[in-house]
Design a protein around this ligand. Sequence first.
Ligand SMILES: [Zn+2]
Length: 324
Amino acid sequence: MKRPLFVSASTAAFVTALAFLSACHDPLPVPRIDKPTLDGWAQPYQGVQGLKVHAFRTGAVRGVEAAAFAGGSWTTRMAMGAWAFVIEHPTHGLIVFDTGLSDRARTEPEHFVGWLGTKLAVLDVPEHAALGEQMKAAGLDPGDVHLVVLSHLHFDHTGGIAAFPNAKVAVAAAEKNWAETGARRIDFVDTDSLVGMARWQTIDYAAEKPLATFVASHDFFGDGSVIGLDLAGHTPGNQGLLVRTPEAPILFTGDAAWTEKSWRWTARPISAYSMPLWWENIWRINKFAMLEPRLVVVPGHDDLAVASIGIASFIHHQPPGAGR
Ligand SMILES: [Zn+2]
């Protein structure tokens, strides 16, 4: 069936806007970070014995590189894995960082990205890939999770949240406020997935103290083992999570960095809620990695970065359908 003209025109306008965004990337000055030190970050590094991290891939967003990165290629296709992590803490139990894509993203992708979005990106969600289901298959009971930390409230990070009815859900106050009052449908917040979440823990990073190169940090248990970091920019309240495994500190960036090249080479996304904030925080990650050479950085959507982590306390789980 021939598509109506107005759809074609709007598609053309959208693609033109995307091409413009992708092509224009004015140089940004390297930000001045006043204190590029490890203030507050204990040296030498001491890990938490018995702490483990489980990595689950709940699906992927597939598209062309130019739709994600400024100046990216229009012919290079990339799959951005939607990751979720479960921290098995020896004294604080199971903690989840991000919950990935939902089953509904397979059956109703337009609900999440709109009709135009489905033409630009494919939501690739295998059956049985939902975080709760994969956890059960791995012998981890979602009912035992008492804390879920969400990097931010985009649908590809909140999709599995319903599996954790007993958990407190921790987000930055700026993120929750934006999702409730400022975000529109085009901002990729799936408010349906958040209905029924009664136990919120909102973290006001404006009132928290700095840590190392970061402007604000939140020590979840007061023992330095699991620390939230203000990494705003991608969204108003994107937060990272710094976890002390026995071998090395792991920094989960959420979508402050989509892939390794985001933080290592400061490759800019084509859009962000606040590009100046994104830019400043990507340098803070970069400087922290220079000062703490043991650091393992886990970007929000980098399959290769996750696959290359070779420390014993980081456990890789095979997603459903892998190796077929
Ligand atoms: Zn994401």
